[in-house]
Design a protein around this ligand. Structure first.
Ligand SMILES: NC(=O)c1ccc[n+]([C@@H]2O[C@H](COP(=O)([O-])OP(=O)(O)OC[C@H]3O[C@@H](n4cnc5c(N)ncnc54)[C@H](O)[C@@H]3O)[C@@H](O)[C@H]2O)c1
Length: 322
């Protein structure tokens, strides 16, 4: 059966497309190319089981005119929608909250509306630790009330709510995966992308957001995909909600900065912007509980520091650095 992947041209979505194709699936990739790029799908385009449709999922006229023919052309029923399209730039949503309403919430709402037409009743949703807001102690899936501190987190939480409600109507099953910070090749944003980008412009001085003491969990994108596929195949609940993450307490920004600078082998002056967080809506420190996922039987192979080291090397190689 075919899978529909939204956000297919983005960082995580493009790796998911590759993984599903490698598993022998037919895949329809959907993206408006606002943040992703067709270059991320170079391998997928060589596969006859892949089809790409450019659709702005926030625009229902485009959704209803382009998605049904794309699924019909595949000639196989649509097994599930893996919904990854969203605004991934939290700070942009602070400057203009309509970005998250449009690209994070309306994309979800419109997909839920079109899914009965597609004959598809199962959705896996890319959610985030940002739905928890700023809370002390390990974040568990049953924590409440959830009070996000960014529009990004708010619109992800609203999407989770809409998906849950749809499970009483057009959906049969939903898997809500709350990602940590994800790193790896093809990333389009995030701390490693940002630091390497700045170093390529100015190798002498590195400006770092916040005071360097922010501490968060990081997971490599390939481990994230393993976990998503595991949850998809094993979680028993009609509405399955799982945190995905490493089993450690995370890494401090100052340590990530050192790893990045050491990888270049050049002396670089570090200038911290100050303040306890990187931007409005940033949750500077959090501890993720992944006990529920471990109880289901999945554990990551690496820890946060490992994911950072591996991704720095991969991203530098991707930029043509030695
Ligand atoms: N990368 C992380 O650390 C992280 C952490 C938590 C959650 N997530 C979630 O995982 C998903 C994938 O994130 P990513 O890091 O790959 O981001 P990304 O920006 O690389 O990918 C998102 C893709 O969605 C597409 N998109 C945005 N608005 C769209 C619209 N209106 N119509 C169609 N396509 C649209 C973009 O063009 C982009 O290709 C997102 O939902 C994100 O919120 C990511």
């Amino acid at each position: 059966m075919a899978m529909l992947v939204t956000g297919a041209a983005g960082f995580i979505g493009s790796h998911l497309v590759d993984r599903l194709l490698d598993a022998g699936r037919r895949v329809v990739g959907v993206d408006d190319l606002s943040r992703g790029s067709e270059g991320n799908l170079a391998k997928a385009f060589l596969n006859p089981r892949f089809r790409f449709v450019r659709v702005n999922l926030a625009d229902f006229r485009q959704v209803e005119s382009r998605l049904p023919p794309a699924i019909a052309a595949v000639d196989e029923p649509c097994d599930a929608v893996w919904h990854l399209a969203a605004n991934s730039d939290i700070a942009a949503g602070v400057a203009d909250p309509r970005i998250d309403l449009r690209d994070t919430f309306m994309t979800t709402f419109n997909l839920l509306e079109i899914m009965p037409v597609l004959g598809c009743r199962r959705m896996l949703f890319a959610s985030t630790s940002a739905v928890y807001g700023e809370r002390a102690g390990p974040l568990t899936e049953d924590a409440g009330p959830l009070l996000p501190i960014s529009q990004y987190g708010a619109m992800k939480l609203a999407s989770e709510a809409a998906i849950s409600a749809a499970c009483e109507a057009q959906l049969e099953r939903a898997w809500i995966c709350r990602f940590p910070n994800v790193v790896g090749p093809r990333s389009t944003h995030g701390i490693l992308f940002d630091l390497l980008e700045k170093l390529s412009r100015d190798p002498e001085t590195l400006e770092v957001l916040g005071d360097g003491r922010q501490r968060k969990p990081y997971l490599h994108v390939f481990e994230l995909l393993d976990a998503m596929l595991f949850i998809w195949s094993r979680a028993p609940e009609k509405r399955a909600v799982y945190n995905i993450g490493p089993e450690d307490g995370g890494v401090e920004v100052a340590d990530i900065v050192q790893t990045v600078i050491e990888s270049t082998g050049r002396p670089t002056r570090i200038r911290y912007a100050g303040g306890d967080r990187g931007w409005i809506g940033d949750v500077p420190r959090f501890l993720y509980s992944v006990d529920k996922l471990a109880g289901l039987g999945w554990r990551p192979m690496g820890d946060s520091a490992n994911a950072i080291r591996r991704s720095v090397a991969e991203l530098r190689a991707g930029r043509g650095a030695a």
